[in-house]
Design a protein around this ligand. Sequence first.
Ligand SMILES: *Cc1c(COP(=O)(O)O)cnc(C)c1O
Length: 445
Amino acid sequence: MSTQDRPHRPPAAAYVSTRGASPAVPISQAIAAGLAPDGGLYVPTQLPALDPAAFDPHGSLADTAATLLAPFFAGDALAGELPAICAEALAFEAPLRTLPAPADAMLLELFHGPTSAFKDFGARFLAACLRRLPRADTRPLTILVATSGDTGAAVAAAFHRQPNLRVAILYPDGLVSPRQAHQLGCFGDNVQALRVAGRFDDCQRMVKAALNDSALQAEVPLSSANSISLGRLLPQMSYYAHAALGWWREHGTALNVIVPTGNLGNAMACLWVRAMGLPIGEVELACNANATLPDYFAGADYAPREAIATIANAMDVGAPSNFERLRWTFPDQAQLRRLLHAHSVDDATIRQTIGRHAREHGEVLCPHTATAMHRLDQLRAAGSRLPWAVVATAHPAKFESVVEPLVGHPLAVPAALAAMLARPAVAEPMAAQDGALRQWLRQLD
Ligand SMILES: *Cc1c(COP(=O)(O)O)cnc(C)c1O
């Protein structure tokens, strides 16, 4: 990206909609709004160019994040708070771990947060921002979130007991793993779980209908925490920058990355880090049997479709919500298809990969991570000698009903997850109707 016409002092960052019909706003407003008023996704008017030498080589993940995100917050009310927001939200590590075997494999472990999946990074950053944003309204703000599992738990954990904020989580009853359901219902206080008699799409539709209902909003102030929020996307860039800079300082080469992908939020963050000039090399998307992106990258027209259920359920997405951001970032389709590749992995292959890596290498993978590991196996078989990092998006113990039978032994549960499982869990049943959520929201005290 050209830096020639950049002034010496960074200009105030501004955010516009991918659909081009919303006024430019500062980052605070983009984060508070979630979706742009024209229905598009907020994007920065330009991605800043970053110099790898500007980062403290001894800094923590939070330090890297504060340096990386400073130009995105330039001129904003939250700019002065950014280091504190990063320190509070990114208080756990994202290690790049070299595996003893197979040779030349690395795992970028993103599951050391409170709910054992990478959604913790984005949810905690969003909560830390929203908590600091001044609001004219003194009534509590209710955050609505539709989840197929991991997002809801991360948002619940991040917003639990935050003053003047409430969370309502909608999830499809019976379609999340038992441990995921327990995590969603175990918080209480200002966090309520609603088990909807329907599918994830119903939950998402009910949330959108509530957010678009101005009469309801006048009675009950509402916001959302879904994956299209910049407040979740931007902090996800931190772990890619941190890992790639560490690798580059030690080896002088770029780090290549394989990202298990559903809505493209995690991969979009990685691609922005590369576009800003940090040392990321190849990026590969590993998808489950939902092949919208693999088909597109194989040359077909973009064709969103209904999601199908797989054992990597957090990636069961047929219409990736960040695709609009991807096209905004890379408007030239031919260039985009050269810069990025996507492959689909079916359930049988995910199972085989989990079983084989446990048997041969003693490494237990979650089903999502296994899609990316399978892609690495393919790349190595095809002769790739590049340093590849497989992104590990969740701890395998979150998906014990899939993983334990394949590896043949019970999995140790991370301490934070164990503490949640030890608490009682409660979820209210709800019909899969927009009116049911409206009525429930109006009854909140
Ligand atoms: C959400 C999630 C994904 C998919 O991430 P996207 O940003 O939607 O592409 C992959 N793995 C796990 C464990 C997840 O929770």
